[in-house]
Design a protein around this ligand. Structure first.
Ligand SMILES: Cc1cc2nc3c(=O)[nH]c(=O)nc-3n(C[C@H](O)[C@H](O)[C@H](O)COP(=O)(O)O)c2cc1C
Length: 169
């Protein structure tokens, strides 16, 4: 983690709603064959679960990144300075199935104990999966959500992961 220093999760100072909802993050994982994929996410959260500092992310079934997250025990969440917004938009609109989007975005993959992250990021969360569950229509109390958000039936899968380490520049 060249250029990064380790902090505790409690030391993350930026407001989570801004960090995830407004600034966005990249969800990145590696398959056993060594290939890496990433995608932009603006839904998710940071908090506490089962007495552990935890992150949750939601991935739709058609995301190529989902294959990578499913085939690995861990993934990273990376956060960037404002001037990377263009790259994050691109990584959130094109699939790694169709383009070498990490190279095209000019990002450099590095690894922390085999978990991929980006050298250009300003904060890295190394996350270890604890829980995975596919959402189903009958789980929604607020029935307008499946109607508005999942007209194609492409329900998100929820991942809750332990935040194993946090790195900042
Ligand atoms: C701002 C933004 C936020 C996004 N948030 C999510 C998300 O939380 N979950 C999700 O499944 N897709 C989300 N997406 C869509 C994926 O990033 C997008 O479909 C991406 O191209 C998937 O790439 P992949 O097929 O290489 O995994 C978001 C896209 C953008 C632009």
């Amino acid at each position: 983690m060249n250029g990064f220093k380790k902090i505790s999760a409690e030391e993350i100072s930026k407001n989570t709603f801004e960090l995830i909802g407004k600034d966005w993050m990249l969800v990145t994982a590696k398959k056993p064959d060594g290939t890496v994929n990433t995608m932009t996410a603006s839904w998710g959260g940071l908090g506490v679960m089962w007495n552990k500092n935890a992150a949750f992310v939601v991935l739709r079934p058609q995301r190529y990144t989902k294959e990578f997250v499913d085939s690995s025990d861990s993934f990273s969440l990376t956060f960037f300075a404002d001037d990377y917004k263009k790259q994050l938009s691109y990584l959130g609109s094109v699939s790694g199935r169709d383009e070498d989007k990490i190279t095209k975005a000019g990002l450099t993959v590095a690894e922390n104990d085999g978990v991929p992250y980006f050298e250009e990021s300003k904060m890295v969360l190394i996350c270890k999966k604890m829980f995975v569950q596919e959402m189903t229509e009958d789980s929604f109390i607020l029935k307008s959500i499946p109607k508005e958000m999942y007209s194609a039936g492409d329900y998100h899968t929820l991942y809750i992961a332990e935040i194993e380490s946090v790195w900042v520049k």
